[in-house]
Ligand binder design. Structure first.
Ligand code: ZN
Length: 190
């Protein structure tokens, strides 16, 4: 297993549409395992392959909350086949949009069809945080970030701050200064 570097916005690779995997082979399983390890280390509760620069329709999830515990979930070629009319508003974060959060409205319940780590076709009913998480990760496969669901004013402000933070990091690295320690994440990063 290996830790993979996580891309942050605005990286053009995060805006690309990912391709379905032909089958869940050894290479796909290796990617799934590396993604799970990377996500746990971040830490986060969801990660999509394009976030580590691999444009394949693969996501991993592992929600461990008082009310929702899923254990590790591996989804290849996930597809929403049903979505409820009732909405859920959740304050989302993203490992590719570090330290920024915003409320996003999505369907509160979805049914997702996918191939599991053994390549078997599965369907899963999701609600609450799991529904939010699955939709957030599938968005990544279509080049959509949670900040694309909020006002352009707020989105541009976040993107400007991310660029500024990245430039500061690059300057500090060039001057040989140690990297600033990351702020403690309080909201789930997906
Ligand atoms: Zn995300």
């Amino acid at each position: 297993m290996a830790l993979l570097p996580i891309l942050t916005a605005p990286d053009p690779r995060l805006k690309k549409t990912s391709k379905p995997v032909a089958s869940v082979d050894a290479e796909t399983r290796q990617l799934m395992d590396d993604m799970l390890e990377t996500m746990h280390a971040a830490p986060g509760i969801g990660l999509a392959a394009p976030q580590v620069g691999v444009l394949k329709r693969v996501i991993v999830l592992d929600i461990d909350r008082e009310d929702v515990k899923t254990g590790p979930l591996f989804l290849a070629n996930p597809e929403i086949v049903e979505a409820s009319d009732d909405d859920l508003t959740y304050e989302e974060g993203c490992l590719s949009v570090p330290e920024h959060y915003a409320e996003v409205v999505r369907p509160g319940k979805v049914r997702v069809r996918y191939l599991d780590r053994d390549g078997k076709a599965q369907e899963m009913a999701c609600e609450g945080l799991l529904a939010t998480c699955v939709q957030h990760e599938i968005d990544h496969l279509d080049g959509v970030l949670f900040i694309d669901h909020i006002s352009s004013l707020k989105r541009n402000m976040i993107l400007r701050k991310l660029l500024k933070a990245r430039k500061e990091q690059e300057r500090d690295a060039a001057e040989g200064k140690p990297a600033k320690s990351k702020a403690k994440e309080t909201t789930a990063a997906l």
